[in-house]
Design a protein around this ligand. Structure first.
Ligand SMILES: Cc1cc2nc3c(=O)[nH]c(=O)nc-3n(C[C@H](O)[C@H](O)[C@H](O)COP(=O)(O)O)c2cc1C
Length: 262
């Protein structure tokens, strides 16, 4: 009987490993478009939820239909002016990637970087909902470091551009039951009606430990117990995104001019 080569099991394992890795790589590449579609669907759902236009019923077709009421624009964060679609197309603009491109983003100084982002994009997507051609709501993307992760969400403002209409978080890595409770809809409901800026225009809205109370409660959100570090992250994120390096120039410009494109 011919003696079996000692290398044979080695080659068999190698071929098996190669076939498996090709299958896994193929699946990863093949599933990427579907993951991207799901990610965009989830974002749309959260934009609508923040604006109080979606309450969890209905699938993708319903979300797409509701999203037709939303106008997507890109603004320059430095002065709040609108960027023409010919310059940057909203449908394909990747805001996170823009932050890391030296042409479309910049490093934040330690003092500026309240949300722990390191870098900030020069442009942002904003979402407008209009009623009878007048602004009804504006929904703004926000993100910032929590305890374990970067938390991503949307804040919807009423047409005074000062009062919170709703908030959603659609991605984070905080602990379920602790920081992960930022997803809790009952907690999120407590944001409606709160004001972001004080009379001096400073972004003073914060999540407090325990219950908000007194005069200042209009700028305060009740904290989630056992999640103080995540809550601090949420507060810092709000200070950053509604301050001078976030959406404040945009909100001021819109308030002063009454329309975006002027
Ligand atoms: C395994 C583990 C996971 C935790 N996850 C979170 C979290 O996601 N967010 C958070 O703020 N605190 C988290 N904590 C708790 C913090 O370490 C800290 O105790 C807490 O933020 C204090 O909040 P409190 O003052 O409201 O009790 C976690 C603790 C442990 C042991």
């Amino acid at each position: 009987m011919a003696k079996e080569s000692p290398a044979k099991p080695f080659y068999s394992v190698l071929i098996l490993a190669l076939v498996c890795s090709m299958l896994v790589a193929g699946a990863a590449v093949g599933l990427r478009p579907r993951q991207e579609t799901n990610r965009k669907f989830d974002q749309k759902k959260n934009i609508l939820r923040a604006a109080g236009l979606y309450h969890g019923q209905g699938g993708q077709a319903e979300v797409e239909k509701l999203f037709q009421a939303v106008e997507t624009k890109i603004i320059r964060l430095s002065d709040g002016s609108v960027v023409k679609p010919a310059e940057i197309e909203p449908a394909t603009f990747n805001q996170l990637k823009a932050a890391f491109n030296p042409e479309t983003g910049r490093a934040l100084t330690k003092e500026e970087d309240q949300a722990g982002l390191g870098r900030r994009e020069n442009y942002s997507l904003v979402y407008l909902v209009k009623k009878n051609d007048r602004l009804d709501k504006v929904i703004l993307p926000v993100r910032g470091k929590g305890l374990w992760s970067t938390m991503y969400g949307y804040v919807a403002l009423a047409n005074d551009l000062a009062t919170i209409n709703g908030i959603t978080f659609y991605q984070h890595g905080e602990t379920p039951g602790l920081g992960g409770e930022i997803e809790n809809e009952t907690w999120q409901a407590g944001w409606a009606g709160k004001k972001i800026h004080n009379l001096q225009g400073e972004p003073v809205l914060r999540v407090v430990k325990g219950k908000s109370s007194g005069e200042e409660s209009r700028y305060q959100i009740d904290g989630i117990s056992g999640a103080t570090l995540t809550m601090n992250g949420v507060s810092n994120m709000m200070s950053f995104w509604f301050g001078d390096h976030g959406f404040k120039p945009f909100l001021e410009r819109y308030k002063n001019r009454g329309d975006l494109d002027g």
